[in-house]
Design a protein around this ligand. Structure first.
Ligand SMILES: [Zn+2]
Length: 169
């Protein structure tokens, strides 16, 4: 396994759409394992392939029930086929440095995807689990959670980031 570098906004690859996966092989398993390791190292609760510079439709989502566990699921070609309810909740992103904001999401969603063997999956997700999946599926579409906040908040964040990046040079 290997840790991957997590790219951050405004990296171009975060704005591109990931391609559907049609080959389920050992390299895909390796990618998923690396993504899981990278997510826990960060640490985060979800990671989409775009974030490590890979434009393929694969995400990993933490499903640990206890804090020390490292159990995650891999969703290939995930699609949110239905959603209901609307809840606001705090979100951050490993690719959006030092920022958190309230984002509205569906409370409950229906998800279809494939597992690592290419087997179709279909399930419902609610609350925190649903929020993470919606956030990660956005990544595969080239979207970030800061696209879902007000234009004013977004421009304030961009100013803050500029200063932050300047300070790091
Ligand atoms: Zn994210």
């Amino acid at each position: 396994m290997a840790l991957k570098k997590i790219l951050t906004f405004p990296a171009t690859v975060l704005r591109q759409k990931a391609k559907k996966i049609i080959i389920f092989d050992e390299a895909l398993r390796q990618l998923a394992a690396d993504m899981g390791e990278t997510m826990y190292d960060a640490p985060g609760v979800g990671l989409a392939a775009n974030q490590i510079g890979v434009l393929r439709q694969i995400v990993v989502v933490d499903v640990s029930k206890e804090e020390k566990e490292k159990e995650f699921i891999t969703l290939i070609n995930p699609v949110i086929s239905a959603g209901e309810g609307c809840v606001s909740g705090e979100e951050g992103c490993l690719s959006v440095l030092e920022y958190e904001a309230q984002v509205k999401r569906f409370q409950k969603i229906h998800v279809t995807a494939h597992d690592l063997d290419g087997k179709p999956l279909a399930f419902d997700a609610e609350d925190r689990f649903a929020r993470i999946i919606q956030h990660e599926v956005d990544h595969l579409q080239g979207k970030l959670f800061i696209d879902r906040i007000s234009a004013l908040k977004r421009s304030l964040y961009k100013k803050k980031l500029k200063k932050l990046l300047k300070g790091r040079k």
